[in-house]
Design a protein. Structure first.
Length: 121
């Protein structure tokens, strides 16, 4: 069994509105022969049975994954400190309007960032 930090799939237009400056033009939502979407969720992180974390997609608000999990905060810090892709996604989220417009999420992201070995600049 694995854990997934995921969210309902959003259209390219919706993602572009939520995450200005991120290019989603190459993102295609595969469709079944009847035109229904094959992919219902997109996500941030897989958490494997042994606790290791793997970046699923390099966009989104990783802060929401950390806030909504029972996993130890240190395991998330270790993940952000050792995975270049996860760290880049973490640093990029700081500028998202979703983070900037939510005071509690912004404060949480800043708190976690201050605990990183090399905080985002």
């Amino acid at each position: 069994m694995i854990e997934v930090c995921a969210f309902p799939y959003k259209s390219t237009a919706e993602l572009s509105r939520l995450f200005p400056g991120v290019d989603f033009s190459n993102r295609r939502r595969p469709l079944d022969s009847d035109g229904s979407p094959l992919q219902f969720v997109a996500g941030h992180v897989f958490v494997m049975p042994d606790g290791r974390k793997h970046l699923w997609e390099p966009h989104g608000v990783l802060g929401e994954c950390i806030r909504s999990t029972d996993n130890q905060r240190q395991s998330w810090l270790d993940f952000l400190n050792t995975s270049p892709g996860a760290r880049q996604a973490w640093c990029e989220q700081r500028n998202y309007s979703l983070v900037q417009s939510n005071a509690a999420l912004r404060a949480f992201v800043e708190q976690i960032d201050s605990l990183l070995t090399d905080p985002c600049k």
